[in-house]
Design a protein around this ligand. Structure first.
Ligand code: MRU
Length: 352
């Protein structure tokens, strides 16, 4: 990874500001709880695992200013309200709460920073394990495909930008590249926020062959037999395997099902919400309509925002959709590749 997405720096932290990519690289310093909350809300940091780690960082920043019970409760509330769909946010906050609540105020700041560091270190290890398990899926297809590259389709960005390590959906791709298996990635642009551009930026930097496509090209490519497997990340996996991910994921899963293309979700266990019975119970974030009315790009060498609809045009902007478990071949986790109907085994820690 050419940059770290989030790291502690003295009495603050530093993030890579993803709203400036792919045209510019900028960092932002987080000094207070509100900085961390704002970075999550404004999508300067994004992707479920990174959102969770940033929330943990926000709690540590809050404990530096005031480590009272009231300040802890307020930090958990403020951060918990930043974005609704990615369950890793609530997972990380619950973990911080469990680590800090019983402590004396004087001890909370140091423990908060060490819990934040543990969450970051675990995410790196988790990404690597997802990569190893996903690599075996790609290796199997490569064996059957002979000389030509394995063609992976992904959606949104679930690479290193979305995590602390090598990513979730892209971890198997990077692992395949490391193992000398030729891969080629179809990258859908992912309107309205165009996180596909972040994926293309990552893959270009890593030297992985890829092609950027309009979101609506996915079905045709699958019907032509030009996709061997689809791998996307997830923001929340319900107990029955229904999975919320970036808007447009469901349509890819439908097209994959219709064309016999295996459809995998790559996600850590912290993205599985065993308290959420089904996809119908997952809160779907509705974002600002201006994200649909405008596109961000470059014009005459300058970053620019261009209107593509008349001012005030009526729009809807649901940020995620739910792919039903029946369309998901399996979920690639850090402990193995699990079909959706066997997810409950992960809740109890049972193997296999
Ligand atoms: O709104 P974002 O950019 O935070 O959403 C991220 C996604 O939905 C991605 O598709 C990703 O796969 C989930 S996080 C690894």
């Amino acid at each position: 990874m050419p940059y770290q997405t989030l790291y502690r720096d003295g009495d603050g932290a530093v993030i890579l500001d993803q709203t400036r990519l792919p045209f510019g690289v900028a960092h932002r310093r987080l000094q207070r709880l509100e900085d961390a909350a704002d970075a999550i809300r404004s999508m300067q940091v994004r992707g479920a695992p990174l959102i969770g780690a940033t929330a943990a960082c926000g709690v540590a920043l809050a404990m530096q200013t005031d480590a009272s019970d009231a300040a802890l409760a307020s930090a958990l509330d403020v951060l918990g309200a930043t974005r609704p769909t990615a369950v890793n946010l609530h997972w990380a906050l619950a973990r911080m709460q469990a680590a800090l609540t019983a402590l004396r105020a004087a001890d909370r700041m140091a423990v908060a920073w060490s819990e934040f560091a543990a969450i970051c270190a675990e995410d790196i290890a988790t990404n690597a394990a997802i990569g190893r398990h996903g690599l075996e899926l790609i290796r199997r297809i490569a064996g059957a495909r002979g000389d030509r590259p394995v063609r992976v389709m992904t959606h949104c960005n679930a690479g290193w930008l979305a995590t602390l390590g090598h990513g979730t959906a892209l971890a198997p791709v990077y692992a395949a590249q490391g193992a000398g298996i030729a891969v080629e990635v179809w990258v859908s642009e992912t309107r309205p926020r165009n996180q596909g551009l972040l994926t293309a930026w990552e893959l270009r930097d890593a030297g992985v062959a890829h092609r950027l496509i309009a979101d609506n090209a996915a079905g045709l490519l699958m019907s032509r037999g030009e996709v061997d497997l689809v791998i996307t990340g997830a923001d929340r996996v319900a107990a029955n395997g229904d999975t919320a991910n970036k808007i447009g994921t469901y349509l890819k899963a439908l097209a994959a099902h219709d064309n016999g293309v295996p459809f995998y979700i790559a996600a850590p266990r912290s993205t599985i919400d065993h308290d959420c019975p089904s996809g119908a119970d997952i809160p779907i974030e509705e974002r600002d309509g201006d994200e649909v009315r405008h596109v961000h790009g470059m014009a005459a060498g300058q970053a620019d925002i261009v209107a593509i609809a008349l001012p005030g045009a009526a729009v809807a902007n649901p940020a995620f959709d739910v792919t039903p478990a029946r369309l998901i071949t399996a979920i690639v986790t850090e402990v193995g590749v699990v079909p959706p109907e066997r997810l409950h085994q992960l809740a109890t820690g049972a193997s296999g």
